[in-house]
Design a protein around this ligand. Structure first.
Ligand code: CA
Length: 175
C-alpha cells in the first residue's frame, strides 16, 4: 500500500495527510471500508462470545444449585465461603498450590459440605494462562466460566488429581 501511495505522489504522512488520503483517494477508501468491516466483524464476534459465556455461566450455576444432597452439611455457609476462596487462591494465576487444596479437602466430611463449597465457589472465570481470571478477559473471550470441579480438573494432574478424586469418592461424589 505504501508503495502505491508514493507512486501517486501522496505520501501519507502523519495526521491530516493520512486522513485526507484515507477519505479521498480510491485506495484510501478501500482501506477505510476494509478496516471498518474488520472492526465490525471483531465486535460481532466478541458479542457472540460474550453471550455464549453468559449462557454457559447461567447453565453451570443452575447445575450447582440443583444437585441433591445425601448427607447434610457439617460446616456453615460462612465456612464454605472461606474454603471456596482458599481453593480459588490456591488455583488462581500461574501454578497451583496443591497442599492448600488437600488441606481444604481434609476439612470436608459429607457431600453436603462439598456441595456448599461448590455453591460458594460458584462459577469463576478461568483464563488460558494457568487460571488467571478476570471479568474483562471473559467478556473478550480470553477466559471461560468454570465451576469448582472444572477448575480442579484443569489445575490438577497425576497423583494430586487422584487424591482429590478420592476425597470426592469418600463423600459419594465424582470428579
Ligand atoms: Ca493456576
Amino acid at each position: 500500500m505504501a508503495k502505491e501511495v508514493q507512486r501517486a505522489g501522496e505520501t501519507p504522512g502523519k495526521g491530516v495527510d493520512f486522513a485526507h488520503w484515507l477519505l479521498y483517494s480510491p485506495n484510501g477508501k478501500i482501506v477505510l471500508i476494509a478496516g471498518a468491516g474488520l472492526i465490525g466483524l471483531f465486535v460481532v464476534r466478541r458479542l457472540l462470545i460474550n453471550r455464549h459465556a453468559v449462557r454457559e455461566r447461567a447453565r453451570k450455576e443452575d447445575l450447582i444449585r440443583t444437585q441433591p444432597v445425601e448427607k447434610g452439611p457439617t460446616i456453615t455457609t460462612h465456612t464454605a465461603r472461606v474454603l471456596a476462596d482458599k481453593l480459588f487462591q490456591a488455583m488462581e494465576g500461574n501454578g497451583t498450590n496443591e497442599s492448600a487444596i488437600h488441606q481444604v479437602m481434609n476439612e470436608l466430611r459429607t457431600d453436603g459440605d462439598l456441595k456448599l463449597v461448590r455453591e460458594a465457589f460458584g462459577v469463576r472465570s478461568y483464563g488460558s494462562t494457568g487460571g488467571n481470571s478476570s471479568w474483562w478477559a471473559e467478556t473478550v473471550g480470553w477466559s471461560t466460566p468454570m465451576t469448582l470441579d472444572d477448575w480442579l480438573r484443569a489445575e490438577l494432574s497425576g497423583e494430586d488429581l487422584r487424591m482429590v478424586q478420592a476425597h470426592y469418592r469418600r463423600m459419594g461424589l465424582t470428579l
